[in-house]
Design a protein around this ligand. Structure first.
Ligand SMILES: *Cc1c(COP(=O)(O)O)cnc(C)c1O
Length: 397
């Protein structure tokens, strides 16, 4: 019997079909609009999830949430925003939407997230070069692993620069007992199809107070002033989450804990089966303070490890790409029906951002060359993990 292809992380609905129940309710009551009971209910569920310490706004994507977060912090033309280089482009692109300049900061080796020491160095150097502090800092909890929040928040406070937490990957992760999404001044989540939970596409902004929430909703709904006709004093956006999508979100909140448990279980299993293989290192919590949801289990492959077929690969495309053994392993897994992917390519190595200032220590680039993401989602079974691990062992031994 042929095996079904194994993907990194697919959307997975509740067995009780609650997503459809909430969608049906929306149809039955004709709330087929970007506001309504599901939007309010989903926001309340998320607020409960962050222990009601924060207010949450449901939006059409995490990218939109990051854009609105920057606008809330007053980021505009010619401002500089410090941003983690090792991430998906959605962490950075909203800086460009604001006509501001991204300044990339490299990672530290424990969490793969923004290096707090380099962050402070960059702030001082930007001040020396421009006479101003950067306007904001965007820090990512990559693959679910929390950043070094104590150190990073300390730097933010010292220089009085607000921080945005891109927790797109980290719904359900904790740092020092607190849920990711609540660090810094504003946080964001993603509910894209491949994340911990999905609304088929959606995101959220997490903020401290009702006033910021109201302002965010205002900006997300075309900035309509309080008048009987359409009156506009600032530029707004169409970024609110649909009541239909929010219905999916409410159903997904009932399986969130199961999803998180499953991602962590798969990570444990990878550790058990693959952890002792020479030349392979599985990314893990650096200390008891960190509690990743392990959205994706990630490995690094030592350059000395030989993978079948690595010498017959095609010519290189650029000066920054995965090592031959990593690419050969990806191809072997792909042919075995397994989706595996390199890590995010650092933004400071992306042609589109080649002119942006960057403070680098070589870590994100080195990680990109040796790293790989393995299937980790709700549809991945224990049997799949055994199969994946066997394929990897056969490819390298
Ligand atoms: C997926 C992702 C985003 C963007 O989320 P969308 O909801 O798709 O806009 C932002 N940052 C990171 C790190 C992500 O992985």
């Amino acid at each position: 019997m042929e095996r079904k292809r194994i993907y990194l992380c697919l959307a997975h609905m509740s067995e009780a079909g609650l997503e459809q129940k909430y969608i049906q309710e929306a149809f039955d009551t004709n709330w087929v609009v970007p506001l309504g009971p599901n939007v309010n209910g989903f926001e309340a569920d998320l607020e409960a999830f962050v222990m009601n310490r924060k207010r949450v706004v449901a939006l059409s994507s995490c990218t939109a949430a990051l854009h609105l977060a920057l606008l809330q912090l007053g980021v505009g033309q010619d401002d500089e925003v410090l941003c983690q280089s090792l991430s998906f482009c959605a962490s950075t692109n909203p800086i460009a939407y604001c006509a501001a300049t991204p300044v990339f900061i490299d990672s530290e080796k424990d969490t793969w997230n923004m290096d707090p020491v380099l962050l402070e160095h960059a702030i001082l150097d930007r001040f020396a070069k421009t006479g101003r502090n950067p306007k904001a800092i965007i820090v990512v909890d990559l693959y679910g692993m929390p950043a070094k929040w104590d150190e990073i928040e300390e730097v933010g406070r010292k220089y009085d620069i607000p921080i945005i937490e891109d927790a797109a990957n980290a719904l359900g992760s904790h740092y020092d007992g607190k849920p990711c999404g609540v660090f810094g001044n504003i946080g964001t989540y993603s509910f894209n199809g491949n994340k911990i939970i999905t609304t088929s596409g959606g995101g959220a902004l997490i903020c401290d107070d009702e006033e910021t929430k109201k302002r965010t909703v205002f900006l997300a709904t075309q900035a309509r002033e309080n008048a009987p006709y359409y009156q506009h004093e600032v530029i707004g956006f169409n970024y609110r989450l649909s009541n239909i999508c929010a219905g999916i979100g409410r159903g997904q909140m009932t399986v969130l804990d199961d999803h998180i448990r499953h991602h962590r279980h798969l990570h444990e299993l990878y550790l058990e089966l693959l952890g002792k293989v020479e030349g392979i290192t599985i990314q893990d919590n650096p200390s008891a303070k960190f509690d990743s949801n392990f959205w994706l289990t990630t490995i690094t492959l030592d350059p000395s490890i030989h993978v079948r077929g690595q010498e017959s690969l095609h010519p290189h495309y650029s000066d920054c790409e995965p090592n031959d053994n990593v690419e050969a392993l990806r191809v072997i897994l792909d042919q075995a029906g397994i989706e595996a992917r390199p890590l995010w390519k650092p933004m400071h190595k992306q042609p589109v951002y080649k002119n942006a200032p960057a403070y680098v220590n070589g870590i994100s680039e080195a990680l990109f060359k040796v790293g790989m993401c393995l299937p980790s989602g709700p549809y991945v079974t224990d049997d799949d993990v055994h199969y994946i691990v066997n394929c990897i062992k056969e490819a390298i031994l």
